[in-house]
Design a protein around this ligand. Structure first.
Ligand code: MTE
Ligand code: MO
Length: 222
């Protein structure tokens, strides 16, 4: 991990991680109810916010255009390693979706611009036995999802929110967005998308959080 692994920043980071792991052990915020995504807009146990809270490990890497590099690789026909200007030349899409964070907030109607995950699949062509996708970020964070979740409409590599570039604190210049899952699956400061045969649980998934993260069935911990 770059930067603040030691010293005050590292300590407060460790505390934050410990607290979230404790939540997972206690099953905090679980309501034990399910919601129907076709009927209810707000998943169980969530509350609506109007702002956009910032959550991360406390290190917000400054990914300048020079430092930017996005590798898309693994078991695919065409590997890609993109500079920011090359990323910006990919076919862009716009979508509006809700986001749901495991710490209980949800925010409706976020307007996103970026590259649809389905467009990435068309470009790199994963081998037929690929079943998982692993995201790696510039702060060392990782998250895993299934290939079918990656392929779902709404999953995007986003660079604009509400008409403006995504700020550094929210993971700019490019972050993942997987709106159908809790937001911890949406890696900020995206560095690599790795297509794998077999699953590799990520940062929170190996610290007591659910591997699948569906807000509608409250897959918070597991
Ligand atoms: N690179 C990176 N991505 C990350 C995280 C992180 O610590 N590092 N935190 C995750 C968590 S736990 C959440 S809730 C969301 C928060 O995104 P936001 O700060 O834009 O609201 O980012 C996710 N993506
Ligand atoms: Mo989170």
């Amino acid at each position: 991990m770059p930067d603040s692994d030691t010293g005050t920043a590292g300590k407060s980071r460790d505390k934050l991680i410990e607290r979230k792991q404790e939540w997972a052990r206690e099953g905090r915020l679980l309501t034990g109810t399910n919601a129907d995504p076709d009927r209810d807009r707000l998943p169980p146990g969530q509350r609506l916010v109007k702002d956009w809270p910032v959550l991360d490990l406390g290190t917000q890497p400054d990914v300048t255009e020079q430092k930017f590099r996005l590798d898309i690789d693994g078991a695919v026909e065409n590997r890609l390693s993109l500079r920011l200007d090359e990323f910006m030349e990919l076919p862009m899409a716009t979508d509006i979706s809700d986001m749901h964070c495991v710490t209980q907030w949800s925010r409706y109607d976020n307007r996103w611009e970026g590259v649809a995950a389905s467009a990435i699949l068309d470009l790199v062509k994963p081998r037929s036995d690929v079943n998982h996708v692993i995201f790696t970020a510039h702060d060392g964070y990782t998250a895993n999802i299934r290939l079918d979740q990656f392929a779902q409409p709404g999953t995007m590599l986003v660079h604009r929110w509400e008409g403006k570039p995504i700020t550094r604190e929210h993971g700019g210049p490019v972050r993942m967005l997987v709106p159908k899952l809790y937001l911890w699956k949406s890696a900020k400061w995206l560095r690599r998308i790795h297509f794998t045969i077999g699953d590799h649980p990520g940062f929170w998934e190996t610290r007591g959080y659910h591997n699948n993260a569906d807000p509608w069935t409250e897959e918070r911990y597991g």
